[in-house]
Design a protein around this ligand. Structure first.
Ligand code: SF4
Length: 497
C-alpha cells in the first residue's frame, strides 16, 4: 500500500463525541471491530488477552501505514513483542497517526534507530546489581524482583525492552523464584520489595500467590509493591475477585501503576482502582515523560487531575530512560522542568509527582525540579514561589549576624531590610486589592482561616514593609495589609462543617 493509498478508516468509536472531549473518566469506548462482542466477553480478561492485536498483519487492517512503514515494522516484529488488548486498542483515534495511545502501543520504524548511540539495552545497569538472577538490590532497603517477561501490552518505551524481546530476551526468570525469595529473607535490611516484570499481574495465579504469600511472611518486609500496567491496559484482569482477595490478604501490598495520558483514565480503570482501594491497597502512579504523549503542560495537568479524581496518587514522573528502541520517545530535561514549573503552586500539591531521572550506571533516581531557592546567607534564604514572588525566609530563631548596608533587591532580602519582592500584576495581588477595596467600603463578605495556604494578613513582615510606603496604602512590595477583620457571626444551620 503506498502513502497515497493509505486508507481513511473513518471508524468512530462506539460512543458519542471525540477522543479528548470530556474530562476523564468519561465513557467506555469500543472499536467498531468489536461492537457486537457481548459485554460478558468484553469484560473477560482471557477474551481480551486471546483477542489482542499481536501482528503487523492485523494492525495494517486497522490503522493507516505507508508501504515503507509496513516493511520496517515487519522487520521490527522479529525484534520486539507486540500485544494490544482490544480494550486498549479502542482508546486509539485511528485517524490520528500521532495519537498518544497509538504512540505508546503501536510499533514505529523509529525503534530501529539510535542516532546518538547513547541508548543501551540495560541503561540502568540492573543486571549488574543482581546478586540473584531477576533480583536487583540497589538501594539499601529495597529490592526489585523481575518475575516474568510477559505483559498484557508491550509499551514501546519500556525500560526493560531487553526482557520483552522476541529473541535473546530473558529466558530464565522463573527458575530463580525460590532463590529470589530466599535472598530477601536473608537480608533483614530489605523493607520494601517491588514485584515487577514484565507485568506480575499476567502471572498464573499460583505463581503470583507464591511470591505474595512467601514475601508477606518475611517479618522484616513492610511493603510489597506490585508494579503493573494492568489497571491501564487490561483492567478486566482485576475484575477477578480471586486476584483482589489474594493481593488484599497480604496486608502489605501497594499498587504501583502507570497511567501516561488522561485518555487512559477510563470508567473501567476507575472501577478497578476503586476495587483496589476498597480492598486496602494504596494505588500510586508513575508516568513516563514521553514525546508526543504527555510532554506538554495541559496534557500533564489533565492527567494528574484525572488521577486525583479516581483517587490514584501521582508519585513520579520519570524521564524516559535511554533504552535502545525508545530514543524517539525521549525529550529534554528542560521540557520536564517546564512542566514541573507549571504544576507546583498552580494545582493541588496532592496531584504533584516528583520528576526524576534514573541515572546511568545504576546511580538510582535523582529528583529534578525548578530552582526555588534563589540565594542564601547565614541568617536567611531567599525563596521564590510559583508567581515569581521572592521572599526572605528565616529558618531559625536567632539574632541577625549580617551588618546592614545600603543595598536593594535580593541582597536586601538577605539582610532583612525587606521581607518580600512581589511581581506586578499577579492574580493573587489583584484579588487582595479587591478585598481591600471591599473592606474599605464596609463589605464584610468572605473569610480567612489564617492557616497555611491563606495570605500573610497583618503579619509583622507585611506591616514592616508597609511602613516603607505608607502614602500609597500599599506596602513597599505592593502587598496590601488587610489588618484584623470583623467577621459576621455564623448563620445557624448554615451547613458548614
Ligand atoms: S507493562 Fe511495564 S514491563 Fe511491560 S512493557 Fe509496559 S512498561 Fe514494560
Amino acid at each position: 500500500m503506498s502513502e497515497s493509498e493509505a486508507r481513511p478508516l473513518n471508524m468512530d468509536p462506539v460512543r458519542s463525541g471525540g477522543y479528548d472531549d470530556d474530562e476523564p473518566p468519561s465513557s467506555p469506548r469500543r472499536h467498531p471491530l468489536w461492537a457486537n462482542v457481548p459485554q460478558s466477553q468484553w469484560d473477560d480478561w482471557r477474551w481480551q488477552s486471546q483477542n489482542s492485536i499481536r501482528s503487523v498483519r492485523q494492525l495494517r487492517h486497522l490503522l493507516s501505514f505507508t508501504d515503507a512503514e509496513i516493511e520496517a515494522l515487519g522487520r521490527l516484529e522479529g525484534e520486539y513483542k507486540l500485544a494490544i488488548p482490544p480494550y486498549y486498542f479502542s482508546l486509539i483515534n485511528p485517524d490520528d497517526p500521532e495519537d498518544p495511545i497509538r504512540i505508546q502501543s503501536v510499533p514505529s520504524p523509529l525503534e530501529a534507530e539510535n542516532p546518538s548511540g547513547y541508548e543501551l539495552e540495560d541503561p540502568l545497569e540492573e543486571d549488574l546489581d543482581s546478586p540473584v538472577r531477576g533480583l536487583t538490590h540497589r538501594y539499601p532497603d529495597r529490592a526489585l524482583l523481575v518475575t516474568t517477561h510477559v505483559c498484557s501490552m508491550y509499551c514501546r518505551f519500556c525500560t526493560r525492552k531487553r526482557a520483552t524481546m522476541v529473541r535473546g530476551g530473558w529466558d530464565a526468570v522463573s527458575r530463580d523464584d525460590q532463590r529470589m525469595v530466599d535472598y530477601v529473607a536473608a537480608h533483614p535490611e530489605i523493607r520494601d520489595v517491588i514485584i515487577s516484570g514484565g507485568d506480575p499481574l499476567t502471572l498464573p495465579i499460583a505463581k503470583l500467590r507464591f511470591f505474595v504469600e512467601n514475601l508477606s511472611r518475611i517479618p522484616h518486609v513492610d511493603v510489597i509493591r506490585i508494579g503493573t500496567r494492568v489497571p491501564v491496559t487490561l483492567p478486566q484482569r482485576l475484575y477477578d475477585p480471586e486476584l483482589i482477595d489474594l493481593l488484599s490478604a497480604s496486608g502489605k501490598i501497594w499498587i504501583q501503576t502507570h497511567f501516561n495520558h488522561p485518555r487512559e483514565v477510563t470508567p473501567e480503570a476507575k472501577r478497578v482502582c476503586n476495587a483496589l482501594l476498597r480492598a486496602g491497597m494504596p494505588v500510586n502512579n508513575h508516568s513516563v515523560l514521553l514525546r508526543g504523549v504527555n510532554d506538554d503542560l495541559a496534557t500533564m495537568r489533565s492527567l494528574l487531575r484525572a488521577l486525583l479524581r479516581i483517587k490514584v496518587r501521582p508519585y513520579y514522573i520519570f524521564h524516559c530512560d535511554p533504552v535502545i528502541g525508545a530514543g524517539h520517545l525521549r525529550t529534554s530535561v528542560w521540557k520536564g522542568l517546564e512542566i514541573m514549573e507549571g504544576l507546583r503552586g498552580h494545582m493541588s500539591g496532592l496531584g504533584i509527582p516528583t520528576y526524576v531521572v534514573d541515572s546511568p550506571h545504576g546511580g538510582g533516581k535523582i529528583p529534578m525540579m525548578p530552582n526555588y531557592m534563589v540565594s542564601m546567607s547565614d541568617d536567611a534564604v531567599v525563596l521564590r514561589n510559583f508567581e515569581g514572588q521572592l521572599v526572605r525566609y528565616q529558618a531559625q530563631d536567632k539574632p541577625p549576624t549580617i551588618k546592614p548596608t545600603q543595598t536593594r533587591g535580593v541582597s536586601a532580602l538577605l539582610q532583612g531590610s525587606k521581607s518580600v519582592l512581589v511581581p506586578e500584576g499577579t492574580e493573587r495581588m489583584e484579588r487582595r486589592k479587591l478585598h481591600a477595596a471591599e473592606f474599605e467600603k464596609g463589605d464584610e463578605g468572605g473569610g480567612c482561616c489564617g492557616s497555611h495556604g491563606g495570605g500573610n494578613h497583618g503579619s509583622g513582615q507585611g506591616e514592616s514593609s508597609h511602613e516603607e510606603d505608607s502614602t500609597s496604602g500599599q506596602n513597599h512590595a505592593g502587598i496590601i495589609p488587610l489588618g484584623i477583620r470583623n467577621f459576621p457571626p455564623a448563620k445557624p444551620n448554615s451547613g458548614s462543617a
